[in-house]
Ligand binder design. Structure first.
Ligand SMILES: Nc1ncnc2c1ncn2[C@@H]1O[C@H](COP(=O)(O)OP(=O)(O)OP(=O)(O)O)[C@@H](O)[C@H]1O
Length: 626
């Protein structure tokens, strides 16, 4: 099977093999025998397996029995027994494949199978999730199974000290946010580097002696196994930017006045007359005729960075970065909002003075520019693991990339029950007002029969705008965006109840399990209404995947317009052309899908370049002996 890959032939997605099906049947068959064992006997047998694997027996040989024991443990603790398709997915994951399981098929429970089996090696297993809400939820849900089997399991929290983190890393299994593992890896590397620094005032030999005795404090052990949930988000969407650790930062910036002056000067410049902008490339060209206006203000003397650079950043802050879209202001600070997940990017800042330019635009205290102390791409970080596997509902179209960077095949896992979701054709409008009016109309129509609605918006701004419009119509709505992240669990728990209207940014995308309330199934299940298409089709599919889970009924429909950000940014001519039009025929959707494909290809190129650059830097450092 894999030889096809080596020959350079990339099949779209592989189906599970008859070999996998045979083992799955054997595991199902073992249920009868294992259900007769007492809990103590199960634990004992699992401990014997641990001993056997750690003394050299191959885990593959114990796979069927191991999976059957884990399955029984899940049943006794959670009253959930892995279905056959979940066992198949577990087998693929155990081998290090990427499993594509439709949204709602139960990836959280499936993960327990390969994770527990890997944990028997005693080297530590890292479970990567896309955000802290899911890390905590999955950890709490699955902890009883691990405890039942005698495995230790820890959760990494952002506020943990390095000692607390180490304790969790020393567990058999560790749950945490994907990027957190990469940051901790870099922190460990910095600690090793710092401990190797000769101390001032000592002779070189004396300080090296000190170094030998002073072993660096490392949080992580050797990287062994990683299971990545929502693998396409981590390895594809987020992988476009490297993980960067900033040096000491946080104080007030002594050069604040420069950013404030640049902001004021930039405001005096006129688009097309003094500068031209390219929204799709996010670039700004300052024209020579702007020179006089730029220097009229007499910029501060002795600047290391050219004055025009500050002006360009101030213009970028004004034209490309919008409050409640790209960032929000919280307690006097600019907080970046992740466009893929709709969540806060805590502790992260934009580089090269852009963050300060945005602070100046918002009239906030200007913070110090952070200097990067360490940097790594996700692709490189994952290459340090002995084995990685991943799960997602939306890997389609990325098989080639997954193979290129991670040498893992994508395996398609069939759904347990036939899909019962109805996906209605998109409704397309020329301008925003026409779109919002149609959305209001549809919401009223669906709400009238008490069917619960989940309305997806791309930005915080739009979630608030729509909430206001619906409230004016006398409808009660609940909003979930980065501003309400503390109440997330309650909002989601409520969203599937009769008559509920929930407006959410991408936060209610990946991983969110909306349980249907009583009587909702007969009303048609959850109605998911999208109000914009995202740059990546995979993000759209994640929103769609909030309904029609586990064979439930559900309906989805998108209401989009030529004035949506996606088109304004990349095809602005079309925005102008259709601005006076109301509803358009549905075949116009081709324009949107073609654009999404093109953007996917561009993003792939960006990731490839970044990966090659990273590899090149590493090679140079090795050559010069670092
Ligand atoms: N074997 C099982 N028995 C009973 N219920 C199950 C089983 N597996 C999963 N479920 C239920 O199915 C629902 C969906 O599970 P889960 O949220 O893990 O799906 P998912 O595949 O991760 O979805 P998404 O792709 O949206 O992240 C949950 O309510 C879960 O409790």
């Amino acid at each position: 099977m894999l030889s096809r890959y080596f020959l350079g032939i990339y099949p779209r997605t592989l189906n599970v093999s008859s070999y996998h099906k045979k083992i799955a049947k054997r595991i199902l068959h073992l249920e009868k025998k294992i259900s007769l064992l007492s809990s103590e006997e199960i634990r004992k047998r699992f401990a014997e397996m641990r001993e056997a694997i750690q003394t050299g027996q191959s885990a593959e040989k114990l796979l069927s029995e191991g999976f059957a024991l884990i399955r029984e443990a899940a049943w006794r603790t959670l009253k959930m027994r892995h279905y056959e398709v979940q066992i198949l997915a577990g087998l693929c994951l155990f081998e290090g494949a990427f499993a594509e399981m439709a949204t709602g098929e139960g990836k959280t429970l499936t993960a327990v199978l390969p994770v527990s089996m890997w944990a028997l090696h005693g080297k530590g297993v890292h479970v990567h999730t896309t955000n802290s809400y899911l890390a905590e939820r999955d950890f709490e849900l699955m902890l009883p199974v691990y405890e039942f089997l005698g495995l230790s399991c820890g959760l990494l929290r952002q506020k943990h000290t390095s000692v607390e983190k180490k304790k969790n890393y020393d567990c058999d299994i560790t749950y945490g946010v994907g990027s957190g593992y990469g940051f901790d890896y870099m922190r460990d590397q910095l600690a090793i580097l710092n401990s190797a620094k000769p101390k001032l005032g000592k002779t070189f030999m004396a300080s090296m002696h000190g170094y030998k005795q002073r072993k660096a404090f490392k949080m992580q052990r050797e990287l062994a196994f990683a299971l990545i949930d929502e693998v396409d988000s981590v390895l594809l969407d987020e992988a476009r930017s490297p993980l960067v650790i900033s040096g000491a930062q946080g104080g007030a910036n002594p050069n604040a006045h420069i950013y404030q002056l640049a902001e004021k000067t930039a405001k005096g410049l006129v688009e097309e007359e003094d500068f031209v902008i390219d929204k799709s490339k996010k670039s700004i060209d300052i024209l020579p005729c702007a020179h006089e206006k730029m220097y009229k203000v007499s910029p501060p003397k002795g600047l290391v960075t050219p004055w025009s650079f500050y002006i360009r950043q101030a213009l970028s802050a004004q034209y490309f970065f919008r409050k409640n879209v790209h960032y929000m202001v919280d307690e006097g600070k600019v907080v970046i909002v992740d466009e893929y997940t709709g969540r806060r990017f805590a502790e992260r800042t934009w580089r090269d003075g852009l963050h300060q330019a945005i602070e100046a635009k918002e009239g906030l205290v200007i913070t110090e520019v952070s200097k990067s102390a360490a940097r790594i791409t996700r692709q490189r970080y994952f290459s340090f693991y002995e084995k990685i596997a991943g799960m997602t509902g939306t890997a389609q179209g990325s098989e080639r990339e997954v193979w290129k960077f991670y040498h893992s095949p994508v395996m398609k896992i069939p759904p347990r029950k036939p899909m019962q979701r109805t996906e209605l054709l998109d409704r397309i409008f020329g301008n925003l007002e026409a779109k919002w009016q149609a959305v209001e109309h549809k919401v009223c129509e669906v709400h009238e029969k008490q069917q619960p609605l989940l309305i997806g918006t791309r930005t915080i701004e739009n979630s608030e705008l729509l909430a206001l419009r619906l409230q004016k119509l006398g409808l009660e709505v609940q909003v979930l965006n980065a501003k309400q992240d503390a109440e997330e669990a309650e909002i989601i728990a409520d969203a599937g109840q009769k008559g509920k209207i929930t407006i959410a940014t991408n936060m209610a995308g990946r991983g969110t399990d909306i349980k249907l309330g009583e009587g909702v199934e007969s009303l048609g299940g959850l109605f998911v209404l999208g109000t914009e298409r995202h740059e990546s089709q995979r993000v759209d599919r994640q929103l769609i995947g909030r309904c029609g889970r586990q064979g439930n009924v559900g309906t989805t429909q998108f209401f989009i317009s030529f004035a949506d950000d996606l088109i304004v940014q990349h095809l602005p001519k079309l925005t102008a052309r259709f601005s006076t039009k109301g509803e358009l025929p549905s075949h116009y959707i081709k324009i949107f899908t073609r654009l999404q494909h093109q953007l996917d290809a561009i993003h792939f190129e960006q990731r490839k370049k970044m990966f090659h650059f990273d590899t090149w830097v590493e090679e140079v450092l090795q050559m010069i002996g670092h």
